[in-house]
Design a protein around this ligand. Structure first.
Ligand SMILES: Cc1cc2nc3c(=O)[nH]c(=O)nc-3n(C[C@H](O)[C@H](O)[C@H](O)COP(=O)(O)O)c2cc1C
Length: 181
């Protein structure tokens, strides 16, 4: 797929087929995250892949909240989750953070997650990045140390192939300018 077609084809997929995802594909997708850029090459991430059916369903119940207008109900159909944990930064980027007063951890993780979503799209799989979940519950299920942060969870799976939705985005004139704000 041409890159520009790929970025347009990627969309949040909120419903999956009951079909397992091959390990080979999962590893290719994580590899795309692994090579993402990060400030000072800190790579402040760990991707916990959840593909064991029993654990998947436990994690799904920490994403779906029936009390908040059924948010993330579709997670109950996802055969795989990639749980993204923020890891501590290397010395160079810790120094940079002190001097510049900027923490790039979430930015780095965002870039890696986009690589992951695009790789999945290329391989015919759907994803949805989720920021809404019960973090403590997920940490308990996956034995993630309590001092670490779960930044995002990405659902991953096969889905019914159809034309991508039309992207709802701000107009390019609103978000771009040349040589002056
Ligand atoms: C950081 C982040 C958190 C998100 N959290 C959720 C979520 O909890 N549930 C959900 O259904 N979608 C979530 N989304 C998906 C966005 O709603 C979606 O990317 C946006 O509406 C654009 O639609 P598209 O991804 O289909 O192009 C999240 C996206 C990002 C980047």
């Amino acid at each position: 797929m041409d890159f520009f077609e790929l970025v347009n084809r990627r969309e949040s997929v909120r419903g999956y087929l009951d079909k397992p995802v091959e390990r080979e594909k999962i590893e290719k997708i994580i590899e795309a995250g692994r090579v993402a850029p990060s400030a000072c090459n800190a790579q402040p991430w760990k991707f916990v892949v959840v593909n064991d059916k029993a654990i998947v369903s436990q994690v799904a119940r920490k994403l779906y909240d029936p009390l908040i207008s059924g948010i993330n109900k579709f997670a109950l159909t996802s055969p795989v989750f990639i749980v993204v944990v923020a890891e501590s930064r290397n010395l160079a980027s810790k120094m940079g953070k002190l001097v510049k007063k900027k923490d790039y951890t979430n930015i780095d993780i965002g870039g890696a997650c986009e690589n992951i979503c695009l790789a999945a799209t290329e391989l015919g799989l759907g994803t949805c990045i989720m920021g809404w979940f019960k973090e403590k519950g997920i940490k308990n299920i996956l034995s993630i140390p309590s001092n670490k942060e779960v930044t995002l969870v990405i659902s991953l799976g096969y889905y019914e192939d159809k034309e991508p939705r039309k992207k709802v985005r701000k107009d390019i004139k609103e978000i771009m300018s040349y040589n002056n704000y």
